[in-house]
Design a protein around this ligand. Sequence first.
Ligand code: 6SD
Length: 246
Amino acid sequence: MRFDVFTLIPEVMHAYLQASVLGKAHAAGLLQVELHNIRHYTHDRHRTTDDEPYGGGGGMVMKPEPIFEAVESVLGDELGRVPIILLTPQGRVFDQAVARELAVQPRLALICGRYEGVDERVREHLATDELSIGDYVLTGGELPALVVIDAVARLITGVLGDAAATQQDSHADGLLEHPHYTRPPEYRGWKVPPVLLSGDHGRIAAWRREQSLRRTLLRRPDMLAKAKLSPEDEERLERIREEEGL
Ligand code: 6SD
């Protein structure tokens, strides 16, 4: 899968993309992230990418021309076939369902704004999608773009190891994860739940499922509405509700 990212600060994104799982996915040829500096698509002596807002008010707005020219020049014949995503607090909220939707695409373009935002004509006539990573205001679209790339890339077959992929499957149901423990079995007097040391895979699976359901109910009850629950899960949940006095 290929991502084309349009930004004024490609250096900032580069370090993160090279590190970790994403760097390995790139090395393995599973993921290609091309960073494009919008400033390289300006024509004036000062390489101007922003200007004052029409109508006044504070701050600066990113000019449309360098963004249009950058995206059109990089996408070429593919323009019209590649989703062009603008990262903005005004977009639809990015979640795991959106990540799964994007992961089927062979190629995505991501436009990162800076300053107060981008000229509205970019949104109207260039972007095909607008995404927000949540209801808080950042200084630019770069962190949101990295979040989208990370969440989408880890869904591509082969990007995660076997164990991680299995883990992912087991949580494709829209519940919070069960707690995780590793050695030592006792640390500062805090013991690992004995069931996890029992070697009884049936009891371990049942305990984990119950923990997932309990955590989701207590911390994110909103997620239960969309979660994929078996009749057995519904019974467990009812018992947990009683235990918790809910
Ligand atoms: C000026 C941006 C682009 C500023 C943003 C996106 C989300 N979810 N919060 N903030 C954002 C994106 C802020 O360019």
